[in-house]
Design a protein around this ligand. Sequence first.
Ligand code: FAD
Length: 282
Amino acid sequence: MEVQFFCAKTLEEALALLQQYREELLIVNGGTDAVLSITEKKVSPKAILQVSRLPGFHDITAVDGRIRIGGGATYNELLASPLLAGHRGLREAVSHLASPAIRALGTAAGNICTAAPAADAAAMLYALEAEVCLESAAGQRRVALRDFYVADRSYATVRRPDELLTAIEIPALKAGDGTGYCRLSRRKAQDIGKLLVGVYCSFTGSGISHISISLGAVNASLVHARALEETLVGKTAAEAVACARETYPVEAKLRESYFKAYKQDVICPAVSRAIAMAAATA
Ligand SMILES: Cc1cc2nc3c(=O)[nH]c(=O)nc-3n(C[C@H](O)[C@H](O)[C@H](O)COP(=O)(O)OP(=O)(O)OC[C@H]3O[C@@H](n4cnc5c(N)ncnc54)[C@H](O)[C@@H]3O)c2cc1C
């Protein structure tokens, strides 16, 4: 079968192609997941659309108290952005992801759209209460990352086949805000994480006024540790670190796997460690 290859030069061109080919088109950004899906014959698209050269697609900008990460921004671009210099959790999630070669090409948008349960950037962006901007020829919409994934299904999102993820928005951190990330894996490089924890919290006075915790690689999709968050609000940093070490996040169902017992043992210390990092950066 002949495959059409397009390298879109404008957003309008990209959206028109998405509208024309829909499910039969594969978007390629950095290509680190998408190209593998073709070579492993998981997909057989009629058309491939390269989007990484769209104008402004790599920009990382400050907009109305938020930070807007373009849909084509690579991990290295995230790490180089002065706007993200204080985002310790995001930097931690991205700087240990895969390998230098993957970080030069791979994007946070691609990580989100692949929707793997052990997606590092997506797990931290989930904790940061990120929103994704989706554009199609029919218009734009914004979706909270927490609602972007189909619960309990890996590799499934609510993105329509004619939509392009054009940007990710996260809060700019204020005084008293901190972020942390803990990733447990067998090796430090080139290894998918066995357990991921993202934390975003705000301190007012000495107590936690708001906290958001994400867990990756525990369920089929990323998980929001809502019950634990409720337990931690009002606690000091030291109390929260101690409490998380003893309190199992009930939303982590831990599917049957070779690593289940290990994950059960380390999940509380991992959450506690991510909270300690967030508190130290607040
Ligand atoms: C050796 C290796 C090691 C890896 N290690 C890790 C790791 O440790 N942690 C981790 O989280 N990931 C890891 N990955 C996975 C991968 O690198 C990341 O998920 C990466 O962020 C994907 O981004 P990309 O730009 O390359 O996406 P692509 O491969 O271009 O696309 C991925 C998917 O998203 C869709 N897509 C991409 N951009 C958009 C958009 N703007 N709008 C709509 N749909 C879009 C594509 O159609 C495709 O389905 C690894 C991959 C490899 C090959």
